[in-house]
Design a protein around this ligand. Sequence first.
Ligand SMILES: [Zn+2]
Length: 290
Amino acid sequence: MVVPIQRVAIVGGTHGGELTGVFLAKKFQQFPLKIQRNHVETITLLANEKAITMGTRYIDTDLNRAFNPQDLANPQLMNYEQSIAKNIARRIQQEKIDFIIDLHSTTANMGLTIILHNSHPYLLHLAAYLTQINPNVKVLQHPPDYNGSCLINLVELGITIEVGAIANGLLDAQLFQETEYLIHAILDYIAADKQGKPPIASENLTFYRIQKKVDYPRNKQGEIQAMIHPQLQFKDYKPLYPGNPMFITFDGKEIFYVGDSTAYPVFINEAAYYEKGIAMYLTQKEKYCF
Ligand SMILES: [Zn+2]
């Protein structure tokens, strides 16, 4: 399907400690020709510069939860991230950006994940193409009722890339190169589609749809009472069957998954999600046929 995308933004450092995106964005700023394609212009943006300098995820609040339209329109929300969210939203609009690639990394074993924030057919075809050229690419989809506050929600068309497992503040050369390759593949697809020659994608797309979040077992004070079970650690996207162990308490008691169907957990033990009350998300494996 031909979608006349004119301008793309590649965003790094939405979370300051996620160095893969930070250094890819810096590389593209240094060598802008690498990300130009016929009739498609691409700009780069370092989103949270203060957090990048400090080497932290954010200064006051999570930037990637600051983009819901009511918050952007609320002049009273002016902490550091709330202010820069407003600036970024303005810039995306002024520069007429119609596609965003937002670069993230995770301490969970997510491999090369692309996150779709809606089910636009363009994104589904693009995702099918990316999984076809690299079968290691996994596609994660928000639930249909998702009403987003992420940076990517500034545009209808965009992809969040999550790579891991990697600690915050670290670079991993292989993940860096694989992410870079994925970005080039996305830009190639956009340019080819615009010329009416979309690369051929497979006839179906396997993806994982987020169903719900699971928190750690906690006491009344909110303190964590158990850890991710060693059998579940790093098992993102692997089937979790009812009765399988999920958590283990500090004195060794196992806590089991009690759902009534097989789940595919993702973002297992993501460091930044302890404060958000998320030990993992459970997803359902689905297939879309074109
Ligand atoms: Zn991130």
